[in-house]
Design a protein around this ligand. Structure first.
Ligand SMILES: Nc1ncnc2c1ncn2[C@@H]1O[C@H](COP(=O)(O)OP(=O)(O)O)[C@@H](O)[C@H]1O
Ligand SMILES: [Mg+2]
Length: 198
């Protein structure tokens, strides 16, 4: 499990903020959309722990994915509960002068999966990098040593139930650079009233 409070790569205009209530910030979306990268940067910008949900899959799920087999809802249910509980546990370690919150990268493709994350003690808010398939494919091709096969991208795009219209969702253009993505994410979270900019 990756729980880190280390700073992400330093960038000059990277915005900062702090939660005003107990949050589970979920950076969601299909493979290659930038969940892990953006999630780590948002965690750094908000000085919160970061958990990559991929690290919490049971071994059977990882093996299935490396064989190119999509996971079933039954495979995902215990994993999502584990992600939600690990996020709450990590948030509980934050000092009392700050709202206890955690950032996770988790695909959360279906509404039912997001509802599992919404059922915990933290208020789940979703940041969704979203964009064209060719951008996603080129990002995935650039990434090495990852168990997710490129062939699964189309299955993920098909599975995605777009969260637009649900509560507490911030949409981010996938093609934007990292600093701009963090700015859009923090602006969206500020507009939802769940963080304050610093
Ligand atoms: N905004 C961005 N601009 C350029 N490259 C990016 C951006 N976000 C992510 N990447 C790169 O795209 C690839 C996929 O990102 P990653 O965070 O691993 O996606 P995911 O966790 O959603 O599968 C990585 O090589 C990452 O460095
Ligand atoms: Mg990832």
């Amino acid at each position: 499990m990756t729980v880190s409070q280390e700073k992400g790569p330093e960038e000059p205009q990277m915005p900062r903020g702090r939660p005003v209530e107990k949050l589970l910030v979920v950076v969601m979306g299909v493979s290659g959309c930038g969940k892990s990268t953006l999630g780590a940067h948002i965690a750094s910008a908000l000085a919160l722990p970061f958990i990559d949900a991929d690290d919490l899959h049971p071994l059977e799920n990882v093996e299935k994915m490396s064989r190119g087999e999509p996971l079933t809802d039954d495979d995902r249910a215990p994993w999502l509960e584990r992600v939600r509980d690990a996020a709450a546990a990590a948030a509980a370690h934050i000092s009392a002068d700050r709202a206890s919150s955690t950032v996770v990268a988790c695909s959360a493709l279906k509404r039912a999966y997001r509802e599992v994350l919404r059922c915990g003690p933290l208020r789940a808010v979703f940041v969704h990098p979203h964009g064209a398939r060719d951008v996603l494919l080129s990002r995935m091709s650039a990434r090495k040593n990852h168990f997710m096969k490129e062939g699964m991208l189309d299955s993920q795009i098909k599975t995605l139930e777009d969260p637009t219209g649900e509560d507490d969702v911030v949409r981010v253009p996938v093609e934007a650079g990292m600093t701009e993505q963090v700015q859009i994410s923090l602006k969206g979270l500020e507009d939802l009233g769940v963080i304050r900019r610093m």
